[in-house]
Design a protein around this ligand. Structure first.
Ligand SMILES: Cc1ncc(COP(=O)(O)O)c(C=O)c1O
Length: 484
């Protein structure tokens, strides 16, 4: 069925009224009008597709929270092709991509070694039900790279985290878990929490309507990287099944609390609480062995996804046999009297160990193994240089912006801008839209570099930032250039 064609209404009148009401100066109003018109025109097919599908498609995937001010440019860029560091949208615009599949594409878009593995598997067929012949090999490769003893596959990161928590509760026989503020663990009800520190009670409350308080009663939300949190863990040690930690949070790449993580490891070891590293983003990115190898800390269970699936949905739960045996009862052999002895929990999923995911994962893991540490060293160093160059520019221009990186993940090191002041938060949103307008595809002011990004791409991004800042200054959204 063809989608009905929708004619987009002229938006200038509504926008003018709204801008005046929001207290923008004439200079700012005029600039916003100009920019919003320009951006909508440049990406008009993406906008049209968004409008056409909205009636039937319930979809919250977009560029951050809805803001009435940016309503006319609130739609995702619709991609039609990608290769290496680039994507092309349905209007034919080219972008240097730093969204990079939300952290999936460590090697850029559509690298030939993954493409070949996928085509090869498609030629052989997609067999769900019988075991994929690659499963054992992929599990072994993950074990070799991460140092984890046993491995189990799910379809998404959310499922992997949900399963890791279930395993920890099953093995320890305890109910409560600790989550740290600022971390995202996917959309399982049991982790959709926010802390509320009323009367020193760290228990969580639901993050969103529909998540039942009963689901999160046994979750404590503690401040990340704060020594007090270790004290609270000590207090609750008898009840805690697991501490779940994203070692370096995507939203706070500057916070890399090595010492805290060491102390957390010591404490959880001594109190027999399962330490779960959620390595969805850090896994295979910061180091072939993830944040555990980088910091020199061995967790009890780790969850992975994103990169390892090579673009195909995957989740990985890996860990010590003590925990992972709860999936299958543990190791046994034919021809003797051994049998699965460990008490099991429940785990299943129609699409788990999907042949395409296994084929792509094998290609990714083999590639990482062959390339060795130098791949990560080079990419991480280039990202550090990129962030340093940007920060030097921000400092020279006296702009209240600072970036940080953890390996090839980069993001804002100063979140004050977007929280404190309305004009500043508008400026940050506008910066994102200006970068998109100049051909840098990103989500928020953060992203990922890949091995496919060239020096030319990096210079292009830096120039786009500089040009965007100048434009925002001309529109009255950033302070003028300081006198020399
Ligand atoms: C640290 C972390 N854990 C879990 C998830 C959830 O993974 P998925 O989106 O594959 O369900 C994410 C997703 O971004 C994540 O960043």
């Amino acid at each position: 069925m063809n989608s009905p064609q929708v004619t987009l209404p002229p938006h200038s009148d509504n926008l003018t009224k709204m801008l005046a009401k929001a207290g923008f100066t004439n200079q700012q109003q005029e600039y916003l009008q100009y920019f919003i018109n320009r951006y909508s025109d440049r990406t008009k097919t993406s906008k049209q597709i968004s409008q056409n599908s909205r009636l039937f498609l319930s979809d919250d995937k977009n560029l951050g929270e809805f803001n009435l001010l940016f309503k006319e440019i609130y739609y995702p860029i619709v991609a039609n092709r990608s290769l290496g560091s680039k994507i092309w949208d349905v209007d034919g615009n080219e972008y240097v991509d730093v969204m990079m599949g939300l952290g999936i594409n460590l090697f850029g878009h559509n690298p030939s070694f993954i493409k070949e593995a996928l085509i090869n598997q498609i030629d052989k067929g997609i067999q769900i039900g019988p075991q994929s012949e690659l499963v054992g090999e992929v599990a072994e490769l993950i074990s070799q790279l991460t140092g984890m003893e046993r491995v189990c596959f799910s379809n998404t990161g959310t499922e992997a985290v949900m399963t890791a928590i279930r395993i920890a509760r099953a093995v320890t026989g305890r109910n409560k878990i600790v989550i740290f503020s600022g971390s995202y663990h996917g959309h399982f009800d049991g982790t959709l929490v926010k802390g509320h520190n009323a009367e020193n009670n760290q228990s969580a409350i639901p993050l969103a309507p529909g998540v039942l308080p009963n689901f999160v009663n046994d979750v404590l939300v503690l401040d990340y990287a704060k020594p007090e949190s270790l004290e609270i863990i000590k207090t609750h040690q008898q009840e805690l099944a697991a501490v779940l930690v994203v070692p370096v949070q995507t939203s706070r790449p500057a916070l890399q609390p090595k010492e805290f993580l060491y102390q957390l490891r010591e404490l959880t070891q001594a109190t027999e609480i399962a330490l779960i590293f959620d390595e969805m983003v850090t896994g295979f990115r910061i180091h072939p062995g993830g944040a555990q190898a980088y910091f020199g800390i061995q967790a009890d269970i780790a969850t992975y996804g994103k990169i390892v699936g090579g673009g195909i949905p995957i989740g990985v739960i890996a860990g010590k046999s003590k925990y992972m045996d709860a999936i299958d009862g543990g190791m046994w052999n034919y021809g003797d009297d051994s049998y699965p002895q460990t008490k099991k929990t429940f785990f299943a999923g129609t699409f788990c160990k999907h042949p395409l995911a296994m084929a792509a994962a094998k290609a990714v893991l083999k590639y990482l193994q062959t390339e060795g540490l130098s791949l990560h060293h080079k990419l991480n160093e280039r990202t550090t240089q990129f962030v340093t160059d940007l920060n030097n520019y921000f400092a020279a221009e006296k702009l209240p912006l600072k970036m940080a990186n953890f390996g090839s993940l980069f993001g804002s090191a100063s979140v004050e801008l977007s929280e404190d002041n309305y004009t500043a938060s508008v400026a940050m949103s506008l910066l994102k839209y200006h970068l998109l307008d100049k051909g840098v595809h990103l989500l928020g002011i953060s992203g990922y570099l890949s091995t496919a990004h060239t020096d030319e791409d990096i210079s292009y991004i830096i120039q786009a930032v500089k040009d965007s800042v100048e434009q925002l200054r001309s529109g009255g959204f950033l302070p003028p250039r300081p006198a020399v």
